[in-house]
Design a protein around this ligand. Structure first.
Ligand SMILES: [Zn+2]
Length: 295
């Protein structure tokens, strides 16, 4: 009797073991996770990865990627990632990348700004505790430019090929299809902005530096050192905006708009909300172009 019981227990143990093995092997078949910082990057990466990787975006909608502190849940997701595609020099990455990579030493880190002609300038952001950080000297908003997005897409494609060499042809084909779409966005924007060469627009936070460079526009920034401008600076900006004939002032949901309203009233310009962190990158770029062209 006791022997039979032992036998049954042994059999159960084997069954349990088999179950465990099959569970863990099916977990291994799960799609691998790759993390990115912002939603436009998630969009680009998904166009190239297809179903082969699960793209996880760290900074959620309506949060500022220059001052974002991740939740414990976010950190767990990053720790599951086989790779991280960084924008390049954006505040969140400057503050957190080292720690993320220490917590997950096997995670490969790719810089999607590699090869982008970066614009230097003091770019600052303020954390919730009031501490102001300067982001090196490089303007981090590289994704607001179809030319740059083509370079980012190339870097992202190369990363997927390295992570999964067998899927190389698949990623390359997806990359080529995506770049053709980006080129269409670019030619549409070129048409929309052709009559506006040299036009100046104002913006609270300078997210459109690369877009202004690519399409021969002038960006006037309202914030100062990541905060509202002083009354004195405000006078200077108002004068410059009047001289330049600014008709539109852009604002992002992530930033305080009180000063923007005052500014716009003073110069008689229209306030337009844009979302450079939109997942729908293509439509956002076209929306911004239309707004600059006052169409
Ligand atoms: Zn910014």
């Amino acid at each position: 009797m006791e022997k039979r019981l032992c036998h049954i227990i042994a059999t159960l143990q084997v069954v349990l073991l088999l179950l465990l093995v099959s569970c863990s092997s099916s977990r291994q078949d799960e799609v691998r996770v790759v993390s990115v910082t912002i939603l436009p990057q998630q969009y680009i990466a998904e166009q190239i990865a297809g179903e082969h990787f699960d793209i996880h975006c760290v900074v959620p909608q309506n949060s500022n990627p220059e001052a974002y502190d991740p939740t414990p849940e976010q950190l767990i997701n990053v720790e599951k990632s086989v790779a991280y595609l960084r924008v390049g020099m954006i505040g969140f990455e400057m503050a957190w990348m080292e720690r993320l990579s220490r917590n997950n030493p096997d995670m490969k880190i790719y810089d999607t700004s590699r090869g982008v002609e970066l614009i230097e300038g003091v770019h600052t952001h303020t954390h919730g505790n009031g501490v102001v950080h300067a982001t090196h000297m490089v303007d981090p908003h590289i994704w607001c430019s179809p030319d740059n997005v083509c370079i980012m897409a190339r870097n992202i494609c190369d990363a997927f090929v390295e992570l999964d060499p067998e899927g190389g042809d698949y990623y390359q084909a997806n990359y080529e299809r995506f770049v053709r779409r980006v080129e269409q966005v670019d030619s549409l924007m070129t048409d929309i902005l052709r009559p506006c060469k040299g036009t100046a627009f104002a913006i609270y936070h300078p997210s459109l530096t690369y877009l202004a460079r690519d399409y021969d526009l002038q960006q006037l920034c309202i914030e100062e050192a990541g905060k509202e401008s002083s009354a004195l600076s405000m006078r200077t900006i108002v004068d410059r905006a009047r001289d330049a004939g600014v008709e539109v002032v852009f604002v992002q949901k992530e930033f305080n708009t009180r000063q923007v309203e005052t500014f716009a009233q003073e110069i008689g310009a229209e306030v337009v909300t844009i979302n450079p962190l939109n997942y729908d990158w293509e439509n956002e770029m076209i929306h911004i172009a239309h707004a600059i062209a006052r169409e």
